[in-house]
Design a protein around this ligand. Structure first.
Ligand SMILES: Cc1cc2nc3c(=O)[nH]c(=O)nc-3n(C[C@H](O)[C@H](O)[C@H](O)COP(=O)(O)OP(=O)(O)OC[C@H]3O[C@@H](n4cnc5c(N)ncnc54)[C@H](O)[C@@H]3O)c2cc1C
Length: 432
């Protein structure tokens, strides 16, 4: 088996196959440590950590105390702010991590040393697939994408897996068509790490979402080394980067007066990176001799931070299907049909929730009266907060996030609280 791409999807797929003793060659055009070529912000939920536990990767290898966020703060620009404690999940964790993908991805790659049947080649850029008739039987590549004939190698395999990210070359070469796209609402995201950001308060590290409710959010995540990753997330139809991401990023941050004092003594310490228009969709998952995994088969907006978990999950499902095919209990076609079905069942509800949230929260502009009442009451409600964060950690099914029952109760409680406060104020005035 050849796996192209050695980050969350490819590395964990190779580890699972290696554990069962299957022979795998995994290649990546990058060398490690390095950041993923498609930039990614840093959030990992307990759901992802649980899949790393299952692979025997200790939390101490990727999580550090200063980037352990036990709360999420949501600020509605100039209106209100709420704090959501991360609930204790089934595995006992009550936090999310900000990751340094340099360290994290290199740790995944290093993990493969443990498996004698897994061979790794970094700095190997695949440029094409090899075919026998319709069937994919290997890959061609070299030390860089434009390597000449003398440097290029042809590597044969029984099957080839493209775990090569959202702009997958393998998907292009095998003609894996997009089977579902939700690109009516898309976002533009840019980010960088900073030092010297004014702490939010005296409390423990937190994630902070500052939303304008007018098509732009700025998100702060605690990072290893005391840094803060600051992400701009905007509706893409209103962004004109004009080829200068750095200028766009700084102008966006400067446009938000309430944030300025947090930057007063801060310094950006990494380049500005991001994606101009983040598509959402699925591709066909497999064909004769090939399969796709991770972002190569399913890609979406980062608003819910689900990409790494979905890549791990997809790798788990694909590994199980490949194992069944290798030991002869199913044909490749049968095993892959089951992989595609299970992947869809496991990821599609979250995909619908994420693209729905993107459309609602980035593209709709609720009137101030709604922000000050229904939205504030809902976001402040402990049951709603618990549900929201458990959905993001995949402990509750995604439709729970917009459950009419949870929301109606939150609004009813908020309304009661508001009426009580007004009554108390009125009675206080009368007593005086
Ligand atoms: C703006 C943004 C922010 C995000 N924030 C988060 C977040 O906070 N939390 C989260 O969980 N997810 C986030 N994601 C998603 C997450 O980064 C991805 O879902 C995840 O990295 C997918 O893993 P992967 O292994 O499928 O692909 P990738 O991580 O993209 O890795 C693909 C690998 O394939 C290699 N490759 C590509 N082409 C070739 C080739 N031709 N030959 C050899 N090797 C090749 C690349 O070098 C790369 O190493 C974000 C995504 C974006 C766009």
């Amino acid at each position: 088996m050849i796996i192209v791409g050695g980050r969350p999807a490819g590395a964990t797929l190779a580890a699972r196959l290696g554990e069962w003793g299957h022979r795998v060659l995994i290649v990546d055009r990058a060398t490690f440590p390095s950041l993923p070529q498609v930039p990614s912000s840093p959030v990992l939920y307990p759901s992802g950590m649980q899949l790393l536990d299952a692979l025997g990767i200790p939390e101490a290898d990727y999580g550090v105390p200063e980037a352990q966020m036990r709360r999420l703060i949501i600020e509605f620009s100039g209106e209100f702010s709420v704090e959501m404690p991360v609930p204790r999940m089934r595995d006992g964790r009550a936090y999310v991590y900000g990751l340094d993908r340099n360290v994290f991805d290199a740790r995944l790659w290093r993990e493969l040393e443990r498996y004698p049947s897994v061979e790794r080649r970094e700095g190997f850029a695949v440029t094409d697939v090899l075919r026998e008739g319709e069937r994919v039987v290997g890959v061609e590549g070299g030390p860089h994408p434009r390597a000449g004939a003398a440097e290029r190698e042809r590597l044969s395999a029984r099957w080839v897996v493209g775990a090569d990210g959202r702009f997958s070359l393998i998907a292009r070469k095998v003609g894996a068509e997009v089977t579902e796209a939700r690109d009516q609402h898309t976002s533009t995201a840019y980010f960088a790490d900073w030092e010297g950001i004014e702490p939010i308060d005296e409390g423990p590290p937190a994630g902070l979402v500052h939303t304008t409710a007018r098509g732009l959010d700025v998100v702060f995540f605690a990072m290893p080394g005391g840094r803060v990753s600051i992400n701009t997330h905007a509706r893409s139809d209103r962004v004109d980067v004009r080829g200068d991401a750095e200028r766009h990023y700084h102008e966006t941050l400067r446009s938000l007066a309430p944030l300025r004092q947090r930057f007063a003594r801060a310094e950006r310490v990494t380049p500005v990176i991001g994606v101009k228009r983040i598509g959402n969709g699925y591709r066909r998952a497999s064909g004769p001799g090939w399969a796709l995994c991770g972002d190569a088969v399913h890609y979406k907006d980062p608003v819910d931070g689900q990409g790494i978990y979905d890549a791990f999950l997809g790798a788990e499902l694909l590994a199980a299907a490949i194992d069944v095919a290798l030991i002869g209990d199913a044909t490749w076609e049968g095993a892959m049909a089951s992989y595609a079905r299970r992947l869809h069942e496991a990821t599609h509800p979250m995909f619908v929730a994420t693209t729905g949230r993107l459309a609602r929260e980035l593209y709709q502009e609720p009137p101030l009266a709604v922000i000050r009442t229904i939205i504030r009451w809902t976001l402040s409600d402990p049951d709603y907060q618990d549900t929201f964060l458990r959905v993001l950690s995949r402990e509750l099914p995604p439709p729970a996030m917009t459950s009419k029952r949870v929301m109606a109760r939150a609004v009813a409680r908020g309304l009661r609280g508001e009426l009580r406060r007004r009554l108390e104020r009125a009675l206080g005035r009368r007593d005086r």
